[in-house]
Design a binder for this molecule. Structure first.
Ligand code: HEC
Ligand code: HEC
Length: 153
């Protein structure tokens, strides 16, 4: 091959690797909700409509959703979402995510759902258990759509 044919190829390879590097950096960035946090938005919406690899949202969430109080319309800040290996808070605690001041929770951390994990949502007076196992953290894809919103008190 002649040298002037190789130059554009090298250029292409370099720009491709820069592009891939940036993508990786974005995807690896850690973003986890915390009790006092106010960085989230769009309570009740299916967060992963946008927060996925290639979506408009900056972060790729492995788990995200919204918690409401017993009115099912007001948000419930300060709840805690936990994932267990067995139903009703049994087995091993795999993950704990704090619900932020806007009622939302989210995490970019890798979660190994394996054959399924069991969600528990803890409020001050009430722990709510999801009886069936989930293999996705896309909570608001069901809750607020085909299911009641997630709530506690
Ligand atoms: C319609 C698309 C869309 C939906 C749905 C959506 N987001 Fe976002 N989100 C974005 C975009 C775009 C950004 C980046 C720009 C910005 O900060 O507004 C963002 C930014 C964020 C940020 C980061 C703010 C920062 O620190 O830069 C958080 C946290 C967040 N979203 C949480 C959520 C949660 C939780 C949900 C679901 C309850 C959700 N988002 C639903 C599009 C969306
Ligand atoms: C694929 C759909 C789906 C997804 C995804 C899902 N859920 Fe559920 N959830 C359900 C269904 C159906 C029920 C009722 C039956 C049951 O408990 O298994 C339920 C029940 C619950 C309950 C108990 C409600 C009550 O009033 O007792 C809680 C709490 C809950 N889910 C939390 C979550 C959390 C947190 C997430 C995300 C980590 C999540 N769910 C993801 C479908 C889903």
């Amino acid at each position: 091959m002649k040298i002037r044919n190789i130059i554009p190829i090298i250029f292409l390879l370099i720009s491709a690797s820069i592009f891939i590097a940036c993508e990786d950096e974005d995807g690896d960035e850690i973003k986890i909700s915390y009790y006092d946090g106010k960085e989230s938005h769009r309570a009740g919406e299916d967060c992963m409509n946008c927060h996925y690899n290639g979506g408009s949202g900056e972060y790729w969430f492995q788990i995200a959703g919204t918690v409401y109080d017993s009115t099912l319309t007001n948000i419930y800040p300060g709840a805690t979402v936990k994932l267990y290996s067995e139903p009703s808070g049994g087995g091993e605690l795999k993950n704990t995510i704090e619900v932020d001041a806007l009622g939302n929770f989210y995490s970019t951390e890798q979660i190994d759902f394996g054959n399924g994990l069991y969600a528990v949502v803890q409020g001050v007076e009430l722990n709510k258990n999801m009886l069936s196992a989930i293999t996705t953290g896309r909570c608001n894809s069901c809750h607020g759509n085909s299911q009641d919103v997630i709530w506690t008190k």
